[in-house]
Every structure is written in C-alpha cells, then in structure tokens.
Design a protein around this ligand. Structure first.
Ligand code: NDP
Length: 453
C-alpha cells in the first residue's frame, strides 16, 4: 500500500506485541506501512514469555525423569541422579530473554516503532500512551491476548497461575492444580515428573472437554498410574496461609489439607480492560471477547483484533495466521484473506501427550450419523523393553458414507509430531483408503496411522 504520510502519524498502531501482534506488525511493515506497536510487558507475549515455549522446555526437562529410569533396561548404568529446579528454571528464563530479543530485533529490522508502555484508544484514530504521548493511526489492531481466570474463593489471592509457575523459588513438595484443561494437565505432568505430589482439582469429572473421550480416559488412567491424584466434582472453599509455610486448603467435599502451592488453570479471559474500547464503540461478546468478522474487523471500520482477545480459538498458530491475514488484507496488494478456523490440529503436552484434529467420535456420530472408527491400541516398543506398562491409543474417525477421514486422535509419545503431518491429510480431505495406500515406515509408532483396522 502507499503510506499515508499526511493525515496520521502511523498507518497501523498495534496494541500488544504477542504472537498475533508481532506477525501483523512485521507483515504490515513489509507491505510498506508505517507501523508502531505498544507493549506494556515483554515483546513476545504469552506464548514466548510465559506460555507454550518455556512450558515445552519444562516438558523436555520432565521427560528425563522417566528416560533416566528406563535407561537401565537399555544397558545404561548411571550414578545417583538428582534434579535441580533452579538450574532448569534459570536456563529456561535465559532462553526466554534470548527469544524476546529475537522478536524485538525482527520488529526493529522492519522499522516498526516499539513503545514499551501501555496504550489506550482515546479518540477515533487517536491512541494515548502511558507516558502521555498521543499518536494517531489510520488503522488500529488490538492484539492484547488474554489473562488467566482466577476463580473467587476465600484466599484466592494466595494461588498462582501458570504465569508464576515459571518463576517458583522452589519445587513444591505438594501442589494442588485447579482445572482440568490444557494447563492443568500439562503442569501436572511436569511437576509430577520432577517429584512433586500433584493433585488436580476439577469442578466436573471431565478432563480436557472437547477432546475425544477415549484419549481423555487413557490420559486419566496413565496419569493416575504415574501418581497424579484427581479430585472431581469439587470446588475450593478457602485457601489460608499456614504459619509454617504453604497453605491450608479446604475443598467443598473433604477435610482441610495442606499444599505448598495452589495453582489455578481455569481458562483465560480476553484482555479488554483499559483499552478505551467502550469510548471507541467496539462491540464485545458474552465472554468479554472482541467481536470480529472473518477478516478480524470489529464493528468499527478501522479497528481490527486478532488472537486470544477475540476468543475464537485460543492457540498461538491461530493468532499468527490471523495477524498475517489481517496485514495481507489491509496492507497487501492481493485479495482479502480470511483465516479458515476449521479442522485446526491441537496438542496437549501432558505425559504422554495428546494430539487431535477434526471431529471426535461423539461429534462425528451426532453430525454424520454413520461413522466408521478405526483404532490402534498398543504398547510402544520403547515402553515394552523398558518394562513400562503404558499403552498408546490412536483413533481414526471416518465418514461411513465415503470413507473420508473426519478426525484423528492420539495419545502417544510424540503424538503432536505425528499429528502435524496427519492433519495435512485430514485437512485435504483424504480417505482411509488413501492412508492404506501409503506404505508404512517400520518400525515407528506413526505407521499405525496407515495400518489401523
Ligand atoms: P482450558 O479451557 O483448557 O481449561 C479450563 C479448565 O478450567 C476446564 O477444566 C474448566 O472446566 C475449568 N474451569 C473453567 N472455569 C472455571 C471456574 N470458574 N472454576 C473452576 N473451574 C473452571 O483452560 P487452560 O487454563 O488450561 O488454558 C487456557 C487456554 O490456553 C486453553 O484454552 C488453550 O487454548 C491455551 N493453551 C494451549 C496449550 C496447547 O496448545 N498445548 C497449552 C496451554 C494453554 P469445564 O471443562 O467444566 O469448563
């Protein structure tokens, strides 16, 4: 686009330098726009600073616990082993610093002006920064993400969220994690492998709502076997400080107990407060999310929003796609681009991980009527030799009419790695026969995908 050098200070002002905001800003700048971005915390956003990336590093760290246990069966003898949480924590945090610098450099290399402060919309095209500086922009993009939902109960302020979990000064001996979703199951696996006594406390008896029931059940079974405790259909009554350290916790259906750390992982709420959205007349939805059309445009013509703040699908790669599509649509030369939110693969980095694409068996039965389900339930070769009684499960859901694969669900070591490739085939509309026509790579776990009966 031709930069508008007369009317506004910038062509685009992005609020929030997370995954969606950074991508949108960088691409808009590459299209020739004069871009500024405001970030009140750290460039990189939730995913890079206190989410997916440091979490995955902790998952890697946690895996060593079982590998070191299993290695004896593979002939390795190692001396006494110990785990140093502070060492891992600091190495992870140092890498987060490195990544923040890399993201900052990317923006700077594209001549994006970075304001390291809070920004608020104070007029049609006017943005006021925390320092008092006022700038104007032809377009405004809100990419402020979401923050952890902290339930209210007596003493809720003593609980941490995943944000603080990366900074703990000591590994908790006992941790209670509220919630049954992504974060609860991922951190339960991490802390359990590090030797903490972990209890998941959930308001219902459904873990990972939305995932296929068979893989959810398998995770529950394996997690229980590994020593994670589950308290279902219960809520927190209070969290009280214990004079000797830690907290006394009372759940609705049992006696008071003690925990060193209580962590809430009960969903994330769009960051819309203090942005001046009401003054700007931007419409919000029932969950407090910014309502946008398929091009991420709000009800106000020059204000757009991408990522978790729109609460469409709260996943980093989706925010990145939305940011890219926005920049291409508004500042590119081609046709408008809308993100396809269908058939998005996802993974839970639990121990073992879950990965999924498309419809669950239940959803497919409701929607399609006739479905065919293929399944592989097996003990991975490595687990057999290690003497680890942990089975993997893969499920393929096909349309009974034409054999088209409408969903694949797995719980297995490296399931997310396998799923990324399988998801291409599902997205492309391939059939079970297409999978069967592909020769297996032997011996792998992924070969089950083309051998399922
Ligand atoms: P999730 O939505 O995955 O899970 C929230 C859990 O908290 C559910 O079990 C839910 O129960 C429960 N819950 C919701 N509200 C309350 C409440 N008021 N009181 C008690 N329990 C409640 O959220 P997470 O916090 O685990 O993760 C947030 C988001 O971050 C995820 O939705 C995901 O999009 C993203 N994320 C993705 C990851 C990945 O891709 N691997 C990893 C981590 C996060 P119920 O089922 O009954 O609603």
């Amino acid at each position: 686009m031709a930069a508008d050098t007369t009317e506004y200070d910038f062509d685009l002002f992005t609020i929030g330098a997370g995954s969606g905001g950074v991508r949108a800003s960088r691409v808009a700048a590459a299209h020739g726009a004069r871009v500024a971005v405001a970030e009140e915390f750290r460039v990189g956003g939730t995913c890079v600073i206190r989410g997916c990336v440091p979490k995955k590093m902790l998952v890697y760290g946690a895996h060593f616990a079982e590998d070191l246990e299993d290695c004896a069966k593979f002939g390795w003898e190692i001396g006494e082993k110990s785990f140093d949480w502070i060492k891992l924590r600091d190495n992870v945090l140092n890498d987060v610093d490195r990544l923040e610098n890399a993201y900052t450099e990317t923006l700077e290399n594209h001549d994006v002006t970075i304001f390291r402060e809070r920004a608020e919309i104070t007029g049609g095209h006017e943005i006021t920064l925390a320092s008092g500086k006022v700038v104007t922009a032809r377009y405004i993009l809100i990419a402020t993400g979401a923050h952890p939902r902290m339930p209210t109960c007596e003493g809720a302020e003593h609980a941490i969220s995943s944000n603080e979990a990366f900074h703990l000064d000591a590994l908790p001996k006992r941790i209670l994690i509220a919630g049954g979703g992504y974060i609860a199951n991922e951190f339960a696996g991490i802390f359990n492998e590090f030797g903490s006594k972990v209890t998941i406390v959930n308001r219902s008896d459904v873990l990972l709502r939305g995932y296929d029931e068979s893989v959810r059940d398998r995770l529950l079974q394996i997690s229980t076997m590994k020593g994670i405790e589950f308290r279902f259909n219960t809520t927190f009554e209070y969290i009280r400080e214990c004079p000797d350290g830690g907290y006394f916790v009372k759940l609705s259906d049992r006696d008071e107990e003690h925990a060193d750390v209580v962590m809430f992982a009960t969903g994330r709420v769009p960051n819309v407060k203090g942005l001046g959205l009401d003054k700007a007349g931007v419409e919000l939805g029932e969950r407090g999310e910014i309502v946008v059309d398929r091009f991420s445009k709000t009800n106000i013509d020059h204000i757009y929003a991408v990522g978790d703040v729109t609460d469409r699908v709260q996943l980093t790669p989706v925010a990145i796609r939305e940011g890219q599509a926005f920049a291409d649509t508004v500042f590119g030369k081609g046709d408008p681009v809308a993100v396809d939110h269908g058939c998005i693969p996802s993974a839970v980095f639990s121990h073992p991980p879950i990965a999924s694409v498309g419809m669950t068996e239940g959803q497919a039965r409701n929607k399609l009527g006739t479905v065919k389900v293929y399944q592989a339930d097996f003990r991975p070769m490595k687990n057999v030799l290690a003497g680890r009684n942990e089975r993997s499960l893969m499920k393929m859901i096909c349309d009974g009419e034409n054999g088209k694969i409408v969903g694949i669900h797995m719980i297995a070591p490296e399931a997310p790695e396998m799923m990324q490739a399988a998801a291409i085939a599902v997205k492309a509309g391939l059939t079970k026969a297409d999978f069967d026509a592909t020769v297996a790579i032997h011996p792998t776990m992924a070969e089950e995908l083309v051998l399922m009966r």
